[in-house]
Design a protein around this ligand. Structure first.
Ligand code: GLV
Ligand code: MN
Ligand code: MN
Length: 409
């Protein structure tokens, strides 16, 4: 049985962790920044070391392709993303890229000839922090989002995704269009507490929750805080505060399996002695039950309208992005569980609360994921951590699955 090189996996992850390293021990490598470019360049140079044919598509997605015996057969694909959240962690995304690279290194150094081609993919802007929405480039690739719409996504400074792709030299020529894929596996940290709590090494998600993103804009009336009496104010921030609490209370009020979060807020003019007149905040709703999540939004919108009315504020809401819940390919999930068992790794069939490019890829190709435990269930934070031996275990299972699938004809 072949094994990945755990020491080299760790060293490569440590090199990646230096690109955008934060003082708190995390990584800040926002999509299409110079740090993202540096990460891409490092990954591509490693891809070339193992003689992958490197291609970049119009969304900046990178594909390192290794030929099989029969290149007319649809390829097996793996990969993840190299962008991070602000003050993000050292494992989210990049583990799946470097884990996949390590698999290809093993195939290369052992002269393994697979029947099918094997592709290592790096997806652009998975996080959706700098440019909303998340998973935008796998969404375009899967034909679920429009290319020109994606190019127009704008960051807080007004920079456009399409222009930033060009600026860092990653607006490729290849159409960002899916091709037939035989099987796709994404290795990732769990980003939640379940595997650690259950004392399991490998998680196999049945699928990913639906992800619904909304933008809420409130307009009130600005005024001098001193002379303006409390009665009759139209304070947009007070209206937003009430609405935010409604978001937080909703999952327990509706009694279902759902999470709802306000993570981003912009208060204007954001001066301690001006009553705020404009607030923009985001809402993120996730559930396995898409209809339930839609009902939750209708419920919230109703209470937002009442709050805005009571405070004499204008309200505008936007449906920014919705991805339905993903039910992954059950045959691939069974294969992952079987491969984990053969290596005596404990495993758990579970659900992913975090979003992944695999959700979109699943809409056009048989897809599954391999999870490894997140220490303390912490992720999207600088202290995000996973034991090196668990990273190695996940990459070994990925190796077994890729060898198996790529030998099938
Ligand atoms: C993706 O990182 C998510 O928000 O789950
Ligand atoms: Mn991720
Ligand atoms: Mn993430």
């Amino acid at each position: 049985m072949l094994n990945i090189n755990g020491k080299r996996l760790r060293q490569s992850l440590e090199i990646m962790a230096e690109i955008g390293a934060t003082p708190g021990g995390g990584v800040q490598r926002l999509s299409l920044t110079d740090e993202d470019k540096a990460a891409r360049e490092q990954i591509i140079s490693w891809m070339r070391e193992v003689e992958l044919d490197v291609k970049v598509d119009e969304m900046g997605n990178i594909f390192g392709i290794r030929n099989g015996r029969n290149n007319d057969l649809s390829p097996v694909m793996t990969g993840s993303h190299c962008d991070t959240q602000p003050k993000g962690g050292r494992f989210d995304g990049i583990l799946g890229v470097i884990g996949g690279l390590e698999v290809l290194r093993i195939l290369h150094e052992n002269n393994i000839e697979t029947q099918r081609p094997v592709i290592l993919a790096v997806w652009t802007n998975e996080e959706g922090f700098r440019f909303s929405p998340a998973m935008v480039s796998s969404g375009v690739w899967a034909g679920k989002l429009e290319l020109e719409w994606a190019y127009r996504r704008t960051d807080l400074t007004g920079a456009k995704l399409g222009d930033e792709l060009e600026r860092i030299g990653y607006k490729g020529d290849m159409p960002a269009v899916s091709r037939p894929i035989y099987a796709h596996y994404e290795l990732h940290i769990e980003q939640g507490p379940i595997l650690e709590k259950e004392n399991k090494t490998i998680g196999v998600p049945k699928g990913v929750l639906c992800l619904h993103w909304y933008d809420v804009y409130i307009e009130g009336e600005a005024n001098q805080v001193g002379p303006t009496p409390m009665a009759g104010r139209h304070d947009a921030l007070c209206a937003a505060s009430e609405m935010i609490l409604k978001v937080n209370e909703l999952p327990s009020k509706m009694g279902g399996n759902m999470v709802a979060t306000v993570g981003e807020i912009h208060n204007m003019p954001n001066s301690r002695n001006i009553i705020p007149d404009k607030v923009h905040f985001t809402v993120d709703i996730r559930s396995w039950d898409d209809v339930f999540a839609l009902k939750a939004w209708e419920n919230l919108r109703g209470s937002f309208i009442n709050i805005a009315d009571a405070r004499g504020c204008q309200l505008k809401t936007e449906i920014s992005w919705r991805v339905e819940h993903a039910l992954f390919n059950q045959e691939l999930a069974r294969k992952i569980l079987e491969k984990a068992g053969k290596r005596n790794y404990s495993s758990l069939y579970m659900v992913s609360g975090a979003g992944h490019d695999a959700s979109y890829i699943n809409q056009v190709a048989p897809t599954s994921m391999i999870f490894v435990p997140s220490i303390g269930g912490r992720s999207h934070v600088e202290v995000e951590d996973t034991k090196w031996e668990d990273c190695e275990a996940g990459a070994n299972v990925l190796l077994d699955c890729i060898i198996d699938s790529s030998m099938e004809i």
